[in-house]
Design a protein around this ligand. Structure first.
Ligand code: URA
Length: 305
């Protein structure tokens, strides 16, 4: 029954997000349906773990409505307050088999690829940069937004910062094909009046794009998420955070999945001191240890001198 409910809930959220992607801004429920949903939600709450530590935007009261729009697209007044809880934690998410994952990810990629929610980005982008890697990845790397190279090639982290990320992944004994790489924002942020340069995604852009990343995470169910830079951490946690220098190196939590905040590779490129390289590498060693991946003494000792 619980699993049936979760499947139904997931299908409902996916359907609502598809409607939203197509431009719908509200849906109507009969009073009776709202009552049924309330009762189901109540039952589910009673089943769930009591502590829900990771509530996006929970720190600011103004953001409650933001959360409900961002996470479920349920726009009824009655649904708003509860909507933030509908996505739940990893233990509540349905486990998809390989075929279901492939279908879900293809469907999501095609919806994201046709997304027109941010009209300014639709105009400036060459293409949507969805994500790349294994749908069974244990580690998911999340960056900020595509840059020029990514916009041209349609793949995240393929420019200079991407080459460094690839090197880090390989040094961990992995490959881009074994992990999953995505961004908080799937379109390159526009830079009006400039033909080069990057800018940070705005909170509204990140919020608008959020359902795609959330669905990617739910489909893959990684064992660890590595958030590359402050923007990625804020995009994932849905709240303002301390700067990455203060956050890095300590696991946070994303709905029951350990989340390691670390430097964005472009920060390391701008600050190539051994101390910074060692810190990002220590964060990766922590990830490897958490996953019980063997760590060789050579790996252990990188950048210690
Ligand atoms: N920086 C990011 O955050 N993501 C990319 O895909 C490329 C550069």
């Amino acid at each position: 029954m619980a699993q049936g409910f979760d499947h139904l809930l997931d299908a409902t959220i996916t359907h609502l997000e598809a409607l939203k992607a197509e431009g719908a801004r509200s849906v109507s429920f009969s009073n009776e349906s709202v009552q049924i949903l309330r009762e189901m939600l109540q039952e589910r709450r009673e089943r769930a773990e009591p502590a829900q530590s990771n509530r996006p935007f929970a720190q600011k009261p103004i953001a409650r409505e933001t959360v409900s729009r961002r996470e479920s697209s349920v726009a009824t007044d009655a649904g708003k307050a509860q909507a933030a809880d509908l996505v739940g934690r990893v233990a509540d998410w349905p486990v998809l088999n390989a075929e279901e994952k492939l279908t879900a990810m293809r469907d999501l990629a095609s919806r994201a690829g046709a997304c027109t929610k941010c009209s300014h980005l639709v105009k400036s982008r060459s293409q949507v940069v969805f994500g790349v890697g294994s749908l069974d990845a244990e580690i998911m790397y999340v960056g900020e937004a595509p840059g020029l190279d990514e916009d041209r090639q349609g793949e995240p982290f393929v420019g200079k910062a991407g080459q460094l990320l690839t090197k880090i992944i390989q040094t961990m004994g992995l490959s881009r094909e074994k992990v999953y790489i995505a961004n908080v924002l799937k379109c390159r942020p526009d830079t009006p009046g400039q033909t080069y340069g990057n800018r940070k995604p705005t909170p509204l852009e990140m919020q608008t794009c959020w359902p795609y990343l959330l669905e990617q995470i739910k489909c893959i169910r990684p064992k660890v998420i590595v958030a590359l830079g402050t923007t990625a951490v804020e995009g994932l946690l849905g709240k303002k955070t301390l700067g990455i220098t203060r956050l890095r190196g300590k696991f946070d939590d994303f709905r029951g999945i350990p989340l390691m905040p670390t430097y964005h590779p472009s920060y390391v490129l701008r600050n190539p001191a051994n101390r910074i390289k060692r810190q990002i590498w220590e964060d990766m060693l922590s990830v490897m240890r958490l996953l019980n991946h063997p760590v060789t003494s050579q790996q252990e000792n990188y950048f210690t001198s």
